[in-house]
Design a protein around this ligand. Structure first.
Ligand SMILES: Nc1ncnc2c1ncn2[C@@H]1O[C@H](COP(=O)(O)OP(=O)(O)OP(=O)(O)O)[C@@H](O)[C@H]1O
Length: 729
């Protein structure tokens, strides 16, 4: 189907023709035939890199140029940035694009001027809870990676958000983009959508198992040279020698870092002088961005053409690795599944070195077929690779047979709603009532009937769980006691602040009962809420943390009995996470914290992000309920944001001044922005460099040289990720 033949404005057709896209891929053509450009709802369950995003673009552009507005919902912030960058290319069509992934108690009305808004599902839910006006004007909703409805932590929010959007705006077009799932027809029926299911890909995918020196696919086999003892290194080298790149998926961060280091000694031998030069530049940028042992290791790998990628790396470091790989300079990335989750980073050969994952409940378990398909789908760069190869590595004949039967020849699992638990439902029952989607029990059940959960378990019904939620919300003062569903001011604030009602209860009770308002008390109160992500306990953590608890018993609102082992273990995890935050606000270096707590720099930032948010909520709730701690929590919120002691807060309001530079200024005697205003800029330049000094004094001068008051940067609220514990990914 030619682009010119499409029912689209000429300028849109020209845009794609100018970018070299002349005709639609088969799944895209099928979508058009099924009403994509006629406003019909559509679910596209097609492989990665087969043109899902472009399919959604066509519908969005058509609607926008007819006066509509599009909302593009993604599960991950990294994906939001990637789509935002892509849609900015539409500016030549006069299309404005906005992105929103943080600040959960703001309406973000300013975003409404845009034609396309890219947002995470959590942020979208929060915009609905805060009754953002422009949400009513949405004409096209795109739900990317919609198969994540299946995930316990993100699925319920995505599902309820889609139900709310459809109820609020029945005429808006819903486009759901999914990886291939077992029950795509059921998902399409729930969305009242046309269905496009296809295995078509622009680049042929060869899937197989490597065993005994040979890569076996369905209809062919390839012997692979064995210059080293490691099968995965040999498989990688085999591809790199032919000019391809490799993604290697590992079961844990430790293993993925170890493999990148192991492969480095082999990969560096095939690097050109030009590659080495560029790689050295990337390595230097890594070291400018971060000073931890992990980043030192990463820089060393990159100099040899390899890299590792996992959630413990900060976003800037992950982006440097991704960009270096896209540029073809980094030849091999060893990663945990973070990369497979939607990020567009294809490679000629994908090697799954370990098909098992660690789970806290069941130990090492085989990954789902869906996850394997996501990883395999990264094989083969369109227009650059002649084909893509997905290789599972077997360690025995028995495993060889298992992998073929359970992955290569298997279909992806069905996806299932995870809404039907009190933990998942509680927050959505409150927000549905607070937003006026339901004022009576019947209206609430009517609304919940529109969820995927009710669609899948229609004979099961949600009434039992809903009644438990309503009882909880009433007894905790978030709903009025009478039969109608009327939120109290406490309930409305909890909904608006985008926090689990159980967290709000724990915080309110803790502030009422506590005798101490020390940093540790408040940090542990935040870490004791179900919204917090906790560090997992290593075997050698127990003694030290237990001793610490014994020495600081009075600072905890409540210490559970050690006889209640499950609760006590969980409590120790809360304390460990609290101690990480305590070190963070006392300016311990990232490296020192990483080594002490066995975590990554990226984890420090994501834990601090969520703790900052919950501390913000603590301050708001204390204010509303007239409880002690509002001021202390507000101060601690800022300290968590910057990772600094109280005396640096004024200096930290200056843009470009982080915790390290602020401390340098303070120790040199420049203790506030007012004092800085009267200082010879040369002195600051000698301390921080001319560029930073210039930036500081420009701000001071623009704010009135001697007022010394730099408008405080509103601490950007962190994104609520909702994930409960740090896995080893
Ligand atoms: N009909 C087409 N003809 C040529 N190139 C196309 C076509 N459709 C998409 N592409 C290109 O293929 C690449 C992948 O497209 P797109 O991002 O839409 O796929 P996707 O399935 O969303 O990928 P991912 O799953 O990685 O997000 C892009 O570079 C896009 O420009």
């Amino acid at each position: 189907m030619k682009i010119e033949s499409l029912d689209l404005p000429d300028e849109v057709k020209q845009f794609y023709l100018d970018s070299g896209i002349m005709e639609l891929y088969p799944p895209q053509a099928e979508a058009v035939e099924k009403g994509l450009l006629k406003g019909r709802n559509l679910l596209a369950a097609i492989p990665t890199a087969s043109g899902k995003t472009l399919l959604a673009e066509l519908a969005m552009l058509k609607s926008i140029l007819a006066g509509g507005k599009a909302l593009y919902i993604v599960p991950l912030r990294a994906l939001a940035s990637e789509k935002f960058r892509r849609f900015r290319e539409f500016s030549e069509l006069g299309i404005r694009v906005g992105i929103s992934t943080g600040d959960y108690d703001l309406r973000d009305e300013g975003l409404g001027v845009n034609d396309i808004i890219v947002a995470t599902s959590e942020k979208t839910d929060s915009l609905l809870r805060n009754e953002t006006v422009w949400m009513q004007e949405i004409s096209v909703v795109v739900a990317d990676e919609v198969h994540l409805i299946d995930s316990p932590d993100r699925g319920p929010t995505l599902e309820v958000t889609l139900a709310k959007l459809r109820k609020m705006n029945p005429s808006c077009q819903i486009l759901a983009l999914s990886a291939t799932v077992g029950n795509a027809d059921e998902l399409a029926a729930w969305l009242e959508a046309e269905l496009v299911v296809s295995e078509w890909r622009p680049t042929e995918l060869l899937e197989g198992v490597f065993f005994n020196g040979t890569f076996y696919c369905k209809d062919r086999e390839k012997a692979v040279e064995q210059p080293t003892k490691d099968n995965a290194v040999n498989l990688a080298l085999d591809t790199l020698k032919k000019g391809g790149q490799c993604l290697v998926f590992e079961s844990s961060r430790k293993n993925c870092m170890a493999f990148a280091k192991k492969a480095a000694s082999t990969v560096k031998k095939i690097l050109s002088a030009e590659d080495r030069n560029v790689l050295a530049g990337i390595a230097d940028e890594i070291l400018e961005n971060s000073e931890t042992d992990t980043s030192t290791n990463l820089a060393a790998c990159i100099r040899s053409g390899t890299a590792f990628h996992h959630a413990g790396l900060t976003t800037p470091l992950r982006e440097l690795v991704e960009d270096g790989f896209r540029a073809g300079k980094i030849k091999l990335i060893s990663s945990t599944p973070t990369l497979a989750a939607g990020l567009n980073l294809p490679a000629r050969r994908v090697i799954i070195r370990n098909y098992r994952r660690y789970s806290s409940e069941d130990g090492m378990q085989p990954i789902p077929v869906l996850e394997y398909k996501q990883m395999a789908g990264r094989a083969g760069r369109p227009r650059l690779d002649p084909y893509g190869e997905a290789v599972l590595v077997a360690k025995s004949y028995k495993e060889f047979v298992f992998l073929f039967e359970n992955y290569i020849e298997a279909n992806a699992e069905d996806i299932w709603s995870k809404l039907g638990t009190e933990n998942a439902l509680r927050t959505h029952v409150l927000s549905t009532i607070s937003n006026g989607f339901a004022r009576t029990y019947d209206e609430l059940m009517d609304f919940l009937e529109a969820t995927f959960f009710a669609f899948q378990y229609s004979n099961f019904g949600l009434s039992t769980v809903v009644k438990e939620c309503l009882n909880f919300l009433r007894q905790e003062g978030m709903l009025e006691k009478d039969d109608d569903l009327i939120p109290t001011s406490f309930g409305k604030l909890v909904s608006r602040l985008y926090i689990d009602p159980l967290s709000a209860t724990r915080i309110a009770r803790g502030l009422k009962e506590t005798k101490s308002l020390s940093e540790l008390t408040l940090l542990h109160l935040v870490c004791s809420t179900p919204d917090m992500r906790l560090l997992y306990m290593r075997s050698h953590d127990y003694q030290g943390i237990n001793d610490y608890v014994m020495a600081h018993v009075s600072e905890f609102v409540k210490v559970p009995s050690p006889f209640d082992t499950t609760e006590y273990e969980w409590f120790l995890g809360e304390v460990k996470t609290s101690l990480l935050l305590l070190d963070w606000v006392h300016e311990k270096s990232e490296n020192e914290i990483c080594l002490k707590f066995g975590t990554g720099e990226g984890d420090i930032h994501s834990i601090a992000d969520i703790a900052e948010w919950i501390m913000h909520v603590t301050s708001q709730l204390a204010g509303l309920l007239d409880l002690k701690g509002a001021k202390e929590a507000a101060e601690l919120e800022k300290r968590i944001h910057y990772g600094a002691a109280p005396e640096l807060m004024d200096l930290l309001n200056i843009r470009g001044i982080g915790r390290v530079r602020a401390r340098k200024l303070y120790e040199a005697g420049f203790k506030s922005s007012a004092e800085l205003a009267g200082v010879d800029p040369e002195k600051v330049a000698a301390l921080l460099g001319p560029k930073i000094a210039d930036r500081i004094f420009k701000q001071i001068r623009s704010k009135g040289a001697f007022s010394g008051i730099i408008e405080s940067k509103p601490p950007e609220k962190s994104p609520y990720s909702g994930q409960k514990t740090i896995s080893d990914y």
